[in-house]
Write a protein of this length. Sequence first.
Length: 145
Amino acid sequence: MRQARAVSIEVYVDGSGGDNPGYAWACIQTGEESFVSLPAHTNNEAEYLAIISALRHFGADHDELIVYSDSRLIVSQVSGAYKTKDERMRQLKREALRAKKPGHEIRWIPRERNVVGHRLETHAFERRPASRIDAHETTKQTTLF
C-alpha cells in the first residue's frame, strides 16, 4: 500500500448525458486525466460517477484532496444540504461517501470555471493533456488547440 502524501490535490470533474455521454476528471497538478464514455446515463449519474472515480483514484495517495464539480445538486446532496430522493442517486451518494475520507472535500464551482466541463463538451480530451491546462482557465477564456 502506498503512503498518503500531505500535498493538496485539486481535481475537476464533470458528467454529461448529452452529445458526448460520459464522465471525466482532470488534475492539473499531476497532469492526470480520465474520460469514460458512458451511454444511457443521466447527467446526474455521470456527475456522481466522475466524483467517485476521482476520489478512488487520488484518495489513497492524498490526505488532502479537493474535488470540484459544477453540479450544485450533487455537491449539495453529498454534503447533506439536500435530500437524495431517487434510489439510484442514494446508492451513488453512498459510494461517494465511502470513497471520501477525512481531509477530502467536494466543492461546487461555477460552470464557467470548470475546465473539465468545457473539455468534455468539446471532445478535447484527446487533443490536450491535463498537464497543459492553466489552473485559472475558464470556459470563456479557453483555447483548446
